[in-house]
Ligand binder design. Structure first.
Ligand code: FAD
Length: 353
């Protein structure tokens, strides 16, 4: 019988990526609802020492696939590794980060194990059965008791934006196992690390060899420019079409530097080649939760809001006082950003002096 929630760990050069910890944190909540365990699947070479950190975030068990062919991410050996785990351990649910690696692996694995995949999820819940609904209405039983009384119909509800972000679609996979989803980085809440947690580490030999490689790695070239991770920034100064061009981001950079934040952008700035893709906020960009989000010349299209609406405080600077961003904002300044942003920078400098 299919059982437990498996999280496919994403590591780069031995560093576990934040999305993995977010997924483990979310999986622990789902596992509590289902009465199942969280199992992390860690793949790489000489990687077993990283297993403990997965346990500290809530994995009860870590399956480690350690092989020289897994030293660098390549599609085929990694896909075979997860395929082996699914066929031999029969998980109920398998979760991947919706990163470039997760998006590469997950659909191939779904095809090979003949199940469905919901890509780019922004929310996961456990379905409640009709029996549970009845118990909730007709009795005073506590929630844990109700969940424990019935294990039927507990499918995973996988929610993702559809039709250009205009509706949220909730998808269930009733007839096939495992239920598989990729989840967007930055969406699920990161739980607390607890070094007193203990768990089991199991070395798994999936029989992966050089013969599983269908490409040859000749050289690994590291990106010289450090990629920015806007999802970690506490303050974001974000620009849209209203900045007018690539140089229009310079005043935003100055303000961000004064505030100790980062610059981000709407998709228009990225598509126009004004700013790097890794700074895009929104449905097809990154999901951010900064303490302060300053939206400069951004109208607030639904696809942009999808990536920033949970910011703690939103300041909108826009010439159009009726635009959606003004409706969403905690505070709005109506006017030309070319005057307002430099004035804000000066005000921050004066405050700090
Ligand atoms: P606009 O909507 O053109 O708004 C520009 C704003 O600037 C206006 O409100 C205007 O009043 C203001 N302005 C102009 N001049 C000034 C000035 N001098 N001072 C102050 N204000 C000024 N968009 C994203 O951002 N992220 C995504 O991830 C994303 N994904 C998408 C996915 C799909 C499938 C689709 C269909 C669209 C997606 N979009 C995304 C695009 C989105 O629909 C909008 O087109 C985009 O967000 C608009 O960007 P904007 O607000 O910068 O530009």
């Amino acid at each position: 019988m299919s059982k437990d929630i498996y999280v496919v760990v994403e590591q780069r050069n031995g560093n576990i990526q934040k999305v993995t910890y977010e997924l483990i944190s979310e999986a622990t909540k789902l596992a509590a609802d289902l009465g199942e365990q969280v199992v992390a699947v860690l793949m790489g070479y000489k990687i077993a020492d990283k297993a403990q950190s997965l346990i500290h975030y809530g994995a009860q068990k870590v399956l480690v696939l350690d092989a020289p062919v897994l030293e660098h991410y390549t599609t085929e050996p990694y896909v075979r590794g997860i395929e082996y785990v699914i066929k031999n351990y029969e998980p109920n649910i398998v979760l991947f980060g919706a990163s470039s690696i997760g998006r590469d692996m997950a659909p191939r694995i779904a095809g090979r194990v003949h199940t469905g995949l919901t890509a780019d999820c922004t929310r996961l819940d456990v379905e409640v059965s009709k029996y549970q609904e009845y118990l909730r209405k007709a009795t005073n039983l506590p929630e844990e008791k109700i969940m424990a009384l019935d294990t039927s119909d507990r499918n995973l509800k996988m929610t993702r934006p559809a039709f250009g972000g205009n509706v949220m679609a909730t998808i269930v996979c009733r007839n096939y196992r495992p239920q598989m989803a990729t989840v967007r980085p930055g969406v699920m809440e990161l739980g607390e690390k607890d070094t007193s947690r203990t768990g089991e580490v199991v070395m798994v030999d999936a029989g992966l060899t050089e013969a599983d490689m269908n490409v040859e790695i000749l050289d690994v070239v590291k990106q010289t420019k450090k990629a920015v991770d806007i999802t970690d920034a506490k303050i974001l100064v974000s620009g849209g079409r209203g900045v007018g061009g690539p140089e229009g981001y310079n005043p935003l950079r100055e303000l961000a530097a004064e505030l100790g934040g980062e610059v981000s952008s709407s998709r228009i700035g990225v598509d126009s080649g004004w700013i790097e893709k890794d700074r895009q906020v929104g449905q097809t960009g990154k999901t951010v939760h900064p303490e302060l989000y300053i939206a400069c010349g951004i109208s607030g299209a639904i696809q942009h809001q999808a990536g920033m609406e949970d910011s703690e405080f939103i300041l909108a600077i826009n010439t159009d006082k009726f635009c959606p961003m003004m409706q969403l904002a905690d505070l709005g300044i109506v006017g030309d950003l070319k005057k307002i942003v430099p004035a804000l920078t000066e005000a921050v400098k004066a405050y700090k002096a």
